[in-house]
Design a binder for this molecule. Sequence first.
Ligand code: MBD
Ligand code: FE
Length: 284
Amino acid sequence: MTSQLSEHDARAADSGANATRHFAQKVQAANAVDTARVSAIAAEALAALHQVIRKHQLSYAEYDAVKAWMIRVGQDGEWPLFLDVFVEHVVEQVANESRQGSKGSIEGPYYIPGAPVIGATGALPMRPAEEGTPLLFHGQVTGVSGDPIDGATLELWQADNAGFYSQFAPGLPEWNLRGTLVTGADGRFSVRTIRPAPYQIPHDGATGKLIELAGWHAWRPAHMHLKVSAAGHQLVTTQLYFPGDPHNGDDIASAVKPELMLDPKPAPFGDGVEVTYDFALDPA
Ligand code: MBD
Ligand code: FE
């Protein structure tokens, strides 16, 4: 008899392997490296590490423990998780420093391109009895001058009420809580989903081992991920958060910004909540 796996059987090494596979697809074609920068950046990164070793008088036993841990991060496919949680926020800050429009935030390891297109109004794909508080999310996409953008695209992805992302945990429909909105001439969009729950990053693998040994925690505040784009404009990758979440102030991924806080109100239906967020896109 075969047993059906549920999302609660998710393993860090399985979601890690998926994230690693998706990342490999993304970088296949792109990303030529500026070789003139390789020496400077690699040498300085190594020098910073050497300095830490000297400062803390690292022993051979500790060196071997670090080496074994890094090997396990790779074996579990957890480099995308580890790097996006502990490093990406600085890359994002550097990349988006000079933008005038909406603030960005990190992409994280769980974006998948090509989610089903919903149009300007609709619902994210979800199960018939998807658990969680119903959430109505609407807003407008404009340029930085406030002019509405016709045909702007918003890609949304989020975890379910138990904290799992489709395609990274077993038993979930392929595109659960992932969808693509396209604005009309007024730049507006409106989508029904569920309010995401506070979320722990997968912590039964190598990344979790570090978190445990260091006495840190694995929590991210509840968040929705977005990529907003339009012809002639810069794509913004960002996340939105909910006020009052216990982890807004100590996100393990350091990806919360005050500008990305939503303002939930009781929804005009049932027991749900309603949020509005407008996006301003920088010119390309
Ligand atoms: C996530 O859901 C996430 O958003 C990040 C940044 C890292 C791990 C899991
Ligand atoms: Fe996330």
